[in-house]
Design a protein around this ligand. Structure first.
Ligand code: NAP
Length: 283
């Protein structure tokens, strides 16, 4: 069996076309959705991520502001910038690119963002809203994974989903979203004694670990849906996920590639969240 590919680039193009149309409609009401991205320091990967986010804003007709600050920026100054953007009516979403330099308390900065503009969905109010099923912004990466499942018409009710990884930005919100769609959910982590015993029971596996080959073909139930969130480099420096793609695609029913899978979906859902933040102004 060869798994069908869930193409994150193609799905992103579709969703971004819808975002562009909705941005145009909002502009007719005098509102241009605006995203502010704050980058502190020179982290090479972060520079690429923020460039891609700003470009996605441009492509969809949104307004964007990129603030670059040196790694020496104080926590107090960063908090002041966040507060200024909270009050800026042209900005509907605020994103502080992580990681931040060690002298800045990242959680404190995230909590300073107004929940109404927390388009990354990392604020404790957004996490609480997700947990209780209330309206709020969903973190973009797991939200993108849910859209990928939706795109193949996958019915989660009655299915067993196994999430590998329990970070606050991917694993935990992923598990809550799957639960909200009535899947039976198992969360695995570095202390899980027999990962293979768990994944072999899974109709859906989401791998969000950050290690090569965490999921191999012998760990996958035939026909399962496999979503690979991981971003790693192999020995040749090539971008790879957590899943042994060539092996697992022989067993799975559906699989997401890396690159071209969850990565572009993350940015797409950031555009969706920013747009929806602006649309809320119209009620
Ligand atoms: P993280 O905070 O480092 O969390 C990794 C999780 O994996 C932890 O919960 C850890 O368990 C668990 N883990 C580690 N080794 C394991 C093992 N051998 N078996 C089972 N679980 C294990 O990472 P993250 O921020 O969630 O990101 C995960 C991956 O996704 C990274 O590669 C990251 O680059 C990628 N990512 C991609 C996107 C995208 O847009 N494509 C977005 C975000 C993240 P403990 O909690 O017990 O330590």
């Amino acid at each position: 069996m060869t798994a069908q590919l869930i193409d994150g680039n193609a799905l992103s193009r579709q969703l971004r076309a819808d975002v562009t149309a909705r941005v145009t409609a909002l502009k007719a009401h005098g509102i241009t959705p605006g995203l502010a991205v704050i980058l502190v320091g020179e982290n090479a990967a972060s520079q690429v991520y923020v460039r891609n986010k700003v470009k996605a804003c441009e492509d969809t007709g949104m307004h964007s502001v990129l603030e670059r600050w040196p790694a020496t920026l104080t926590e107090a100054d960063l908090l002041a910038r966040v507060e200024a953007l909270n009050l800026d009516a042209s900005i509907h979403g605020i994103l502080v690119q992580l990681p931040l330099p060690a002298h800045i308390d990242a959680q404190k900065v995230i909590e300073a963002i107004s929940p109404a503009k927390d388009v990354d969905g990392f604020h404790i109010a957004s996490a609480g809203a997700l947990m209780t099923g209330m309206p709020g912004f969903w973190p973009c990466t797991p939200y993108g994974c849910m859209k990928m499942l939706e795109s193949i018409g996958y019915e989660l009710k009655g299915k067993h989903a196994v999430v590998i990884g329990r970070s606050n930005i991917v694993g935990k919100p992923m598990a809550l979203m799957l639960l909200q769609q009535n899947a039976t959910v198992t969360i695995c982590h570095s202390g899980t004694p027999d990962l293979k015993a768990m994944t072999l029971q899974a109709d859906v596996v989401v791998a969000a670990v950050g290690k090569l080959n965490v999921l191999t073909a012998d760990m996958v139930k035939p026909g399962a849906v496999v979503i690979d969130v991981g971003m790693n480099r192999n020995d040749e420096g090539k971008l790879c996920g957590d899943v042994d793609f060539d092996g697992v695609k022989q067993v799975a029913g559906y699989i997401t590639p890396v690159p071209g899978g969850v990565g572009p979906m993350t940015i797409t859902m950031l555009m969706v969240n920013t747009l929806e933040s602006a649309e809320r102004l119209l009620g």
